[in-house]
Design a protein. Structure first.
Length: 229
């Protein structure tokens, strides 16, 4: 089954997706979970975003159910609490290595939710990927991007193990945006010695990109702005 998937996607049983708010973490997490499930893999996704009230993977819970993806999230009634409650199911998920599990983590300080689980995560075959959007002002330069990455590592008490170029301008994304992000991702990788895992691009754009050193992951846009739903 894994033969139908890119090697980077199946290299680890547990992948946490982190990055600056608005970088596109949830879109990547959802697309990964969908790709794994459609390839026949036992898949789970955990919505641990306690920061952004809009783009949350929980919006796709019905699709997850249809695809047989196990979905874990804090109670809807608690998502706006000052101290959000994390699901007890998460402990089980962190221990069950029969799943390919994707953790959708909130931006910046939202990565702090991983700190309480860092020992359990470190004991697993895990990856932590920093999602980079070169079109976001807070991560648009090498200095800002590296600062954000290191701050997130500090918050969660775990190392970032890979960089994903997810540069976009929502519906206005062009091939040039993706290529701009690829250049910045290379710079971040050089300075931090953290490898670039892949580049994402909306499916209509992905086919027209020139050859890049790392693979391109064509994604579908599942997460809609409130006024687009």
């Amino acid at each position: 089954m894994t033969n139908d998937l890119p090697a980077w996607m199946t290299a680890h049983r547990l992948t946490a997706i982190v990055g600056h708010m608005g970088g596109g973490k949830t879109e990547l997490a959802v697309n990964m979970a969908v790709a794994l499930a459609k390839a026949g893999e036992k898949t789970a996704i955990a919505d641990l975003d306690v920061v952004n009230p809009y783009f949350r993977s929980r919006e796709q819970r019905e699709m997850f159910k249809t695809l047989g993806i196990r979905f874990v999230a804090s109670a809807q009634s608690l998502i706006d609490a000052d101290v959000p409650s994390l699901p007890a199911e998460l402990n089980t998920l962190l221990q069950d290595e029969s799943f390919f599990s994707v953790l959708d983590i909130g931006g910046d300080s939202g990565a702090r939710v991983l700190a309480r689980y860092r020992h359990q995560i470190a004991a697993r075959d895990f990856a932590v990927w920093f999602v980079l959007n070169a079109r976001r002002p807070q991560t648009a330069t090498l200095e800002k991007a590296v600062w954000s990455l290191r701050k997130i590592e500090e918050e969660m008490g775990l190392p970032v193990t890979g960089v994903v170029n997810n540069t976009h301008l929502c519906a206005e994304t062009t091939a040039g945006d993706v290529l701009l992000g690829a250049g910045l991702a290379d710079e971040v990788s050089y300075v931090t010695n953290i490898p670039v895992i892949c580049h994402t691009a909306p499916r209509p754009i992905a086919a027209g990109l020139p050859q890049l050193a790392e693979p391109v992951f064509p994604i579908d846009i599942y997460m809609k702005k409130p006024w687009e739903r």
